[in-house]
Design a binder for this molecule. Structure first.
Ligand code: FAD
Length: 226
């Protein structure tokens, strides 16, 4: 299937009222805002602050480009400054958004010629959720590394057989072990575009493994969270 290219978007500042917080696990949730005029390309992130608080943090956009709402997927980091505050937001409270930012999206040159393999640790799956929802005909596979299989957030949103959950601490995923162990064993066709998102240790290890498999840097796009 041929998929249309996405237009460029402008950077804006917007104030929104919180619409909803959807709890996924004990410490992970989806923050829902009205979409209004906010335009972005799937894979981009925003900078978010809470009205009355001088701090801001970056979050990948979780929702689709044409979704009814603007959503982000957040993990409450133990001892963190900002993410616990987000978790306690109530419907109607105001947040401020700058963005969208970044170029972490589908490589338009490879859109129809390549398979797109999305490799994520934890909430690093957020931009890939936005991408698969925004490009319905995309040839993709998501490899998601989590500690426990219950952290495979909203797995029913991905096409059957196109999501592999690598759970390192229980037996309930599709693969028992770290996603880097899975990547070592997996076979990928020559025409694969890789996208890596999450913590830097995973990203560096995965890039090394892909290099050993013969995929050089130009096949790999990365977004480091921390
Ligand atoms: C481009 C970009 C996109 C991002 N998108 C998302 C997203 O979609 N969802 C999301 O939850 N976070 C995302 N982050 C991380 C986010 O910006 C914050 O760093 C995170 O919410 C922690 O903020 P905090 O103030 O609670 O912790 P802080 O007080 O700032 O930091 C506490 C510690 O937590 C570590 N940390 C940061 N993020 C995580 C994490 N997810 N898991 C474990 N430890 C972490 C930091 O390294 C730091 O040592 C993104 C970061 C970047 C740069």
């Amino acid at each position: 299937m041929i998929i249309d290219m996405k237009p460029d978007v402008q950077i804006n500042t917007n104030y929104y009222k919180v619409e909803n917080l959807r709890s996924l696990t004990e410490n992970t949730f989806v923050l829902t805002l009205p979409k209004s005029r906010f335009k972005f390309v799937a894979g981009q992130h925003i900078s978010l602050s809470i009205m009355g608080d001088y701090q801001s943090r970056e979050y990948s956009i979780y929702s689709a480009e044409d979704g009814d709402n603007l959503e982000i997927l957040v993990k409450e980091v133990d001892g963190g400054y900002f993410s616990p505050k987000l978790k306690h937001l109530k419907k109607g409270e105001m947040v401020e958004i700058h963005g969208p930012f970044g170029k972490f999206g589908i490589d338009e040159k490879r859109l129809n010629s390549h398979k797109h393999v999305f490799i994520a640790s934890g909430t690093g799956i957020a931009p890939f959720h936005s991408i698969v929802k925004s490009y319905p005909g995309l040839d993709y596979e998501v490899i998601h590394g989590v500690r426990f299989a219950e952290e495979a957030y909203e797995k029913e949103h991905y096409k059957k057989g196109q999501l592999t959950i690598c759970a390192s601490r229980d037996e309930k995923g599709d693969f028992k072990g770290r996603l880097t162990e899975y990547i070592k064993k997996a076979e990928f066709s020559e025409n694969t575009a890789f996208y890596l998102c999450g913590n830097s240790d995973m990203i560096f290890d995965a890039m090394e493994i892909l290099k050993e498999k013969g995929f050089d840097r130009e096949n790999v796009t990365v977004e480091v969270y921390f």
